[in-house]
Each structure stands twice: as C-alpha cells, then as structure tokens.
Write a protein that binds this ligand. Sequence first.
Ligand code: SPV
Ligand code: MG
Length: 286
Amino acid sequence: MSSPRYACFRSVLKAGGPVRVAGAHNALGAVLAQQAGFQAVWSSSLEVSAARCLPDASILTMTEYLECAAHMQKALGIPVVADCDTGYGGNMNVAHMVREFEDAGITAVCMEDKLFPKMNSFVGDRQQLLSTEDFAAKIETAKSVQSSEDFFVIARTEALISGMSVEEALRRCHAYCAAGADAVLIHSKSRTNAQVLEFLAQWDGRRPVVIVPTTYPDWHIDEVVAAGVSVVIYANQGLRAVVASLRHTFEEIYRSGDTTSVEDSIADIGDVFELQRLSEWQKLDA
Ligand code: SPV
Ligand code: MG
C-alpha cells in the first residue's frame, strides 16, 4: 500500500510546535506557502472568491470551494484546512459538506457561527450570528458523519466580530467543544490583540485555540505561542501580495513600453517550470 503524500492536520498539530497556516486560493500559492515553511494551507473563502472578483458572501457554491481546496491539496505535501464558511446552509448541508471534503482528501475544515448567507468578517459592524444551540448542532452533525477519526473540525466564533463580549465568545466556544469541536477559532477585527489576549487568559485549554491575526499584524509568533495559541492563520496576506505585485508589474510594463524594468523583480521561467515539476513529467515521456 502506498503511504499518503501528506500528513493529516491532526497529526501536524500533534507533532507540536506552532502550526503556522498560510491562506491561498490556488495550488500555485499553496505550494509557495509550503516552500516557505508553513505547516498547512488555509483555503480561504476570501481569497477563493476574490480570485474570481466576487465578494466573500456565500456566492460561490460548496462545490466551487471544494474544487479549489482539492486542487491545492493535490499539489501539497502538507494538509489543507478548508474554510467552509457556515457549512453552506443547515445541518444537512453540513453533513454533505463533511462527506464531500473528506472524500476529496481534506483532513480539516473550519465552520463559523454566522448566518447563511454569510458576509466577510471585515464588512459592517453587527453581523448576525446563529444561536449557540443551532451552531453546536452543526458541529455535532459534522462530527457524527466524518468517516475517519482523524478528520478535524474547527469551530469558529464570530462573537467578537459581531460586537459581543469576550464572555459570550467563551460561552459559545465551551458549547462548541461540548458538541465535539476539535479546536476553536476566536476571530477578532480589533486593531490590537487585547480582545484575543483577554479570551486566552480565561480559556482553560480544553481544546486548541486558532487565531487569524489580520488586523493586529505585529504579534510575533513566539509571543502568540506563549499566550496559549496553537494555530495561527495568515489568511489573506498572500492574496494582498498578489494584488500589489501584479498591479505594480502590469502598470510598469504598460508605462515603460517594454519589460526591462520588471525583469529583476519577477520569477524566471525556470522557476515556473520547477513549480510545475516539469522534469518529473518529462521523465514519463523519455
Ligand atoms: C478567510 O480568509 O476567508 C477568512 C478569514 O475566513 S476573514 O477574511 O478574516 O474572515
Ligand atoms: Mg472565510
């Protein structure tokens, strides 16, 4: 029997050390994250929808998000953590989602306690949440239909995002753990890490904690780990780098009339061939 090409997310987490996860929207970005040293790749709903110039608002279907996550996983030697938004509907949608993602070789999914259709966490102020009981039921559903014991379900609370208190976030996360969540994700769009630190100070460690430090970028990984965080998702920096880099390159080529001025700052074609693993493919034809 051939051994799997990648470890499941649960075993990566068990291996210890901080698990650093980079957001991506296609296999190329995912492989670049792996090459940089990241332990896993986040198939970000923001990135995947932005890659199609669509809002991160439950517009793409589960099948489209799954296809994207599966493309990334096929190219990787590290696990994908699939951002599955709200689970794409109610309990039945969640059950279907877990079966489909697991069948495609995805070993970890994340669901958030917003209402379907959801809106990206950085849009607006008072996003509405599902009741604690209804979201706990989704977590319970997800855990009840997974076929491998290793499949990993992250319960993400948007309590802080929607203006609720740290106490409410804790109460929700406790309920999600009781429903079977393998980890909790505490999301915040505060400009500092104070809210998340307050949450961590009261968290009893019953499950690992995941954070997404987009709006508080100056929190060094060593301090994040010392505060009790197990998994850090750098969710959208890759996408933002692509936007800035492509914009600059295209504008510069158009402005200057030739490509000389950008040649030193863009990858050479040989680099692209390596990412395509061209030489391995050519052996098949030798
Ligand atoms: C994503 O990357 O799609 C996320 C994180 O869910 S956030 O954009 O902050 O909601
Ligand atoms: Mg998302």
